[in-house]
Design a protein around this ligand. Structure first.
Ligand SMILES: C[S@@+](CC[C@H](N)C(=O)[O-])C[C@H]1O[C@@H](n2cnc3c(N)ncnc32)[C@H](O)[C@@H]1O
Length: 404
């Protein structure tokens, strides 16, 4: 049976988009890019630079290869799988410019779903696409089998909690466009710019607002089903040959004061509790230490997470079937508000953010179309806390395969 092909590579191929391109034409740009990648891999994910030395790496979805160049410089040998013709051409050109063509073992121009190989790799990287594959768990299992014993698997995901506010912004922007009768991409881009650009500029993003908007507000598939949280991902690793090695943001509650001779091995259930304790951090981004305490997490954290996901799936329905007015989440929102009042008794900002969520939600839900597009924009512009909160939408996970 023919497998369904990735909606993302299809979108990029049809539009010739490269939403992750990094300009590397000056020494300063190169240093800047390299520093950011080292910060992520070495400092945040605890992966020492030495791992790249003569290593055999499989990178899936490298786009135009700017990230791979950093480790090719450290003598890593790359096999690539890149389905988009325009991106693989740019990748080859980039490697040529940096005189690193010899570090490429092979470039397969196909989707992961169509790829098979009788070989394993020291390191596998899959950043920026795995979550949107229709059979993502199956494809993840496939790449897990391609990691050599002792090797590493590094991939990124769109976390459902970290995306909660961004997703609300996407749905809100699409609803404004609809109420303003805007259907063309350029009209939607204008609306997105009008309401989000100024706040976006305050973040230290590597990409332009337009590139970000093409991957979010304008993407035909984004925000529909591509959130993939640790609870679902980790099921693939249970009873398997992998350790959870690291993540950014860090999911593992620190045990750095435990004597090193006491070897603590966290069960997957413990890891899931650690992850859940950080849901407020994912929601609000790095602002303050919002980690839930263990007792609260065990008592109410699960319900808190469930309610957020229910609200999110309401928004997903809003995107998939915009005219369906049957569903709403009023009860869930009420319960969620109650929980936030208990959880953040002394934290005005977090309680107020939830107040604003409710206001946006009411405008979105307003089936009588009491508010037109302009009024919806005004409501958004006055939601001070939501405007300045983007959450932690994009997570990186590293898994280490045991020696056989
Ligand atoms: C958002 S870009 C990320 C690029 C780069 N990895 C990064 O993180 O900056 C996603 C990349 O995955 C590729 N891609 C999408 N679906 C894929 C699939 N099914 N198999 C392999 N690559 C895919 C896209 O063509 C693109 O190069």
């Amino acid at each position: 049976m023919k497998k369904k092909i990735s909606p993302q590579s299809d979108y990029y191929s049809k539009t010739s988009l490269n939403t992750t391109q990094v300009s590397l034409s000056t020494k300063e740009e190169w240093e800047n890019h390299r520093n950011k990648r080292c910060n992520l891999y070495i400092k945040k994910l605890n992966l020492p630079q030495i791992i790249w030395k003569n290593s055999q790496v499989l990178e899936i979805g490298p786009s135009s290869g700017e990230n791979a160049l950093v480790w090719a410089h450290e003598s890593a040998k790359f096999t690539f799988i890149e389905p988009c013709e325009h991106l693989s051409k740019q990748l080859l050109a980039n490697f040529k410019t940096f005189k690193l063509e010899n570090q490429i073992v092979h470039l397969y121009k196909k989707n992961l779903e169509e790829f098979n190989i009788d070989k394993t790799f020291d390191i596998i990287i899959a950043e920026g696409f795995l979550y949107c594959l229709e059979n993502r768990n199956e494809e993840l299992q496939k790449i897990m089998s391609l990691v050599s014993p002792g090797g590493l698997l590094i991939f990124s995901t769109l976390d459902p909690f970290g995306n909660f506010l961004e997703h609300l912004k996407i749905v809100y922007c699409r609803e404004i466009s609809k109420r303003n009768n805007c259907t063309s991409n350029s009209d939607i881009m204008d609306i997105a710019k009008k309401i989000f650009h100024e706040d976006f500029k305050k973040l230290s993003h590597s990409r332009s607002f337009e590139a970000f908007a093409y991957d979010t507000f304008l993407s035909p598939y984004h925000g529909t089903s591509d959130y993939w949280g640790f609870e679902e991902i980790s099921n693939n690793f249970e009873n398997n040959d992998f350790f959870f090695y690291s993540s950014w943001p860090n999911y593992i509650e620190s045990d750095d004061l435990t004597w090193h001779k006491v070897v603590l091995t966290k069960s997957f259930d413990d890891l899931r509790i650690d992850y859940r304790r950080r849901i407020p951090n994912f929601l609000f981004g790095g602002k303050g230490n919002a980690m839930m305490d263990l007792e609260w997490t065990e008592k109410r954290g699960k319900r808190f997470g469930e309610l957020l996901l229910k609200l999110q799936s309401f928004f997903v329905k809003k995107i998939n079937t915009p005219d369906n007015s049957d569903t709403n989440c009023i009860e869930e929102l009420k319960e969620l508000k109650k929980l936030t009042h208990i959880l953040w008794k002394k934290d005005d900002i977090k309680r107020k953010t939830f107040q604003e969520i409710e206001e946006l939600y009411n405008a979105l839900l307003d089936n009588n179309k009491k508010y037109n597009g302009e009024e919806m924009i005004e409501i958004y512009e006055s939601s001070q806390h939501i405007r300045n909160t983007w959450g932690m939408p994009y997570h990186y996970l590293v898994w280490h395969k045991k020696w056989s």
